[in-house]
Design a protein around this ligand. Structure first.
Ligand code: ARG
Length: 470
């Protein structure tokens, strides 16, 4: 048992208590951030004359040595330390002696862990953003290929109106684009440095918190020491953003599972992204899509866990907050894995354009256009709706589509129909005429795709400024 305290205790900690309390098994995940924070702290302490230059140099050498030894496998992070902070400090003292005992001057593990977690989450926000961006690139790639791939659009999972595959993919582009904007908001909101808040009430040392913050790439220091050590909003916000990303992936997976079924046949998942059955030789299952859909619940679980943990905690730091880590780490790894796998599955998937188009041509996705045709010839929409309703019923009886009827049959239902109706109810015409911004018409779609490409070409800083197509 290696602990940073013990002076006021007369007994050893019970072994079970020690195990229950220790966090080294998981907080070693931010070992690098712990060292990085300590380095900044020590440089600041020396600048402020709290440590001598010699002490600073010795400590920095010790810290970078520990980092290197761990990275190169010469030093193991073991369970004999209570947490990662104790591991680093104990090893530092062992390495450089008395100077090492000064590392923790003007600092508490409360502001230290608040910093470590923040540095870790901040980096992961960028990693997740990168993965979402890659997915967006793949989506644009698919969209460009399929501006004129016609397919049924659904409401209530019933065929509704014809769209294109590019348009359908574009809906997901919008979702994941919003996810990126959420990540960016979180990044900016969380980018303040809690170090220097001490245990809860700041310190009596003349720390330069602005300087520490700038060394660590923060906008500035946090402004209330009690909040600094007990704020985990950014963890909650990040988990909420990850949950939303997972929800989007899960909806997408659900559609791919349907589309990949024998009944739909819209797509075929690549062999490299599908799995077989141990008993049924014919099977090719969409396990990856199902797993992503399934793992969504796990990420939601992390969000609900931390929300629940935080709801009853009085100010300032309480040990409950140690529970912010394991599920967050798991949620980050889960979401990152799902994003990467999903992108690969989408990139390698085959789209069966003919099947989609055939499906759009059946099931009366052009019924609204037929009604609009009648409206264009002076009929009130409500009457047109009823006429086309009858028309559909007539077709259902004969197992045919609107365009299969002769002009005589059409005229019997409404004399307003003329030969040009056949052009109007053609699936391609139906889509091509939808040209308002955001609609599936190929011309409108191409403009939006150009806008998406501009957006993807811009970096994190100025990607919000995108030109809206006119
Ligand atoms: N392992 C602790 C955590 O994750 C570090 C902070 C410990 N502070 C304390 N006062 N016990 O929250």
């Amino acid at each position: 048992m290696a602990q940073l305290w013990g002076g006021r205790f007369t007994k050893e900690t019970d072994q079970l208590v020690y195990n229950f309390n220790a966090s080294i098994s998981f907080d070693q995940k931010f070992f690098r951030q712990d060292i990085e924070g300590s380095i900044a702290h020590v440089i600041m302490l020396a600048k402020q004359g709290i440590l001598t230059k010699e002490e600073k140099d010795e400590i920095l050498k010790g810290l970078t040595g520990i980092r290197q030894d761990v990275e190169e496998g010469r030093l193991q992070i073991t369970q004999e330390y209570e947490d990662i902070h104790s591991f680093v400090e104990a090893n530092l003292i062992e390495r450089i002696g008395d100077a090492g005992k000064k590392l923790h001057t003007g600092r508490s593990r409360n502001d230290q862990v608040a910093l470590d977690m923040r540095l870790f989450v901040r980096l992961e926000v960028l990693h997740v953003d990168e993965l979402v961006k890659t997915l967006l690139q793949t989506l644009v790639f698919v969209m460009e290929e399929h501006v004129e791939t016609y397919m049924p659009g659904f409401t209530h999972l019933q065929k509704a109106q014809p769209v294109t595959l590019a348009h359908h993919m574009g809906a997901y582009f919008e979702m994941f684009k919003r996810d990126r904007s959420r990540l960016k908001d979180i990044y900016h909101r969380m980018n303040y440095c809690p170090l220097g808040a001490g245990a809860l009430a700041g310190t009596t040392y003349p720390l330069d918190r602005n300087y520490t913050a700038s060394l660590l790439g923060f906008e500035g220091p946090t402004f209330n020491s009690m909040d600094s050590v007990s704020d985990r909003d950014y963890v909650i916000e990040f988990l909420a953003a990850l949950s939303t990303i997972m929800m989007h992936l899960s909806r997408f997976c659900e559609e791919i599972i349907l589309w990949n079924s024998n009944e739909y046949g819209f797509v075929e998942i690549d062999d490299a992204y599908a799995t077989g059955s141990s008993i049924m030789p014919q099977k090719k299952n969409p396990d990856i899509a199902e797993l992503v859909r399934g793992k969504t619940g796990r990420v939601y679980g992390a969000l609900f866990s931390i929300l629940t943990t935080m709801k009853g905690i009085p100010l300032a730091y309480n040990k409950d907050m140690q529970e912010d880590k394991e599920l967050t780490f798991d949620a980050i790894d889960t979401a990152k894995g799902c994003l990467a796998l999903f992108e690969g599955m989408l990139r390698t998937m085959k789209f069966h354009a003919e099947v989609m188009e055939k499906s759009a041509a059946m099931g009366f996705t052009n019924a609204t256009d037929a009604a609009d045709y009648l409206v264009g010839r002076g009929m009130p929409f409500r009457d047109a709706h009823s006429v086309v309703g009858k028309l559909v019923l007539y077709c259902i009886d004969r197992k045919c589509s609107i365009e299969d009827l002769s002009i005589e049959e059409l005229k019997e239902i409404s004399p307003v129909f003329e030969e040009d109706i056949y052009e109007v109810v053609n699936i391609k015409t139906c889509v091509e005429r939808r040209l308002t911004v955001g609609a599936p018409g190929p011309e409108a779609m191409r403009k939006v795709i150009e806008m998406y490409k501009d957006y993807l070409a811009k970096d994190w800083q100025d990607e919000d400024q995108i030109d809206i197509p006119r």
